[in-house]
Design a protein around this ligand. Structure first.
Ligand code: PGA
Length: 261
């Protein structure tokens, strides 16, 4: 079985002080408890990244967003070069809140994926349908377009880099149905299983089956201690992207414990 991957998305919460404190608490819990077998990642707000990366830990650190250019007149943006200079491991790309409120498109997502991979950074590419799209039977079309249109922005050499890195696969995909994010209304494990299976099939078309198998596909949307095992016992579900339940380090650690049993 593949190692499970639990990633916390802190969104726009916490202060410098509480971020440092919560990260330390989580780090200590993880390092003191040898039964933890999953990999762990955290996506803090950009402002906190530099301070958190200074603390020695096994936690993979992601920005929540990045720009694809190295530098330039892009007020308010953070470049991959800047993230690298703070020893950050990667970035989320196209979280649904970025798609919904900040005009992120599949095309801009693809440019970000391309630039991150070329810079040896990790990517969690977020896909998922809205409630309206689900109710009108468009789930698979939406997911297919989100995957195809983004990866078609990547250079051939970038796709080859991904394919040649099966051991240290830099790409994960997070399936987050928009209607399940922060609503308490999680997708059923069966819904998640079906979409994950479909995502893997599409990834096999974009890359090849071996690459698709090594890409971790995470489920996100109202994951909490009460339901995480329903998802993570499914072989098609390689991990979870967790918002609300990642904010308290003890609850987040509980999630990591539950999938390590
Ligand atoms: P949630 O958020 O766990 O609070 O639903 C998930 C996410 O947006 O990544």
């Amino acid at each position: 079985m593949k190692k499970k991957y639990i990633v916390g998305n802190w969104k726009m919460f916490k202060t410098v002080e509480s971020a440092k404190n919560d990260f330390s608490v989580l780090n200590q819990l993880l390092s003191q408890n040898t039964h933890i077998t999953c990999d762990v990642g955290i996506c803090p707000p950009t402002l906190f990244l530099n301070a958190l990366s200074a603390e020695k830990s096994s936690i993979t650190l992601y920005a929540q967003n990045t720009h694809w250019e190295n530098e330039g007149a892009f007020t308010g943006e953070t470049s991959i070069r800047m993230l690298k200079s703070a020893n950050i491991d990667g970035s989320l790309v196209a979280h649904s809140e970025r798609r919904q409120y900040f005009n992120e498109t599949n095309e801009t997502a693809g440019k970000k994926i391309n630039a991150l991979i070329k810079n040896n950074m990790k990517v969690i590419y977020c896909v998922g349908e809205s409630l309206e799209e689900r109710e009108s039977g468009k789930v698979y079309d939406v997911i297919k377009t989100q995957l195809k249109d983004a990866f078609s922005q990547c250079k051939k050499s970038t796709l080859e880099l991904i394919q040649s890195n099966l051991e240290k696969m830099p790409v994960s995909v997070a399936y987050e149905p928009v209607w399940a994010i922060g609503t308490g209304k999680a997708a059923t494990p069966k819904d998640a299983h079906d979409v994950h299976t479909y995502i893997r099939k599409e990834l096999a078309e974009i890359f090849n089956q071996e690459t698709a198998n090594s890409i971790q596909i995470l489920y996100g949307g109202s994951v909490k201690p009460e339901n995480i095992k329903d998802y993570l016992t499914d072989d098609e579900i390689d991990g979870a992207l967790v918002g609300g339940a990642s904010l308290d380090p003890k609850v987040f650690f509980e999630l990591c414990s539950l999938v390590s049993l």
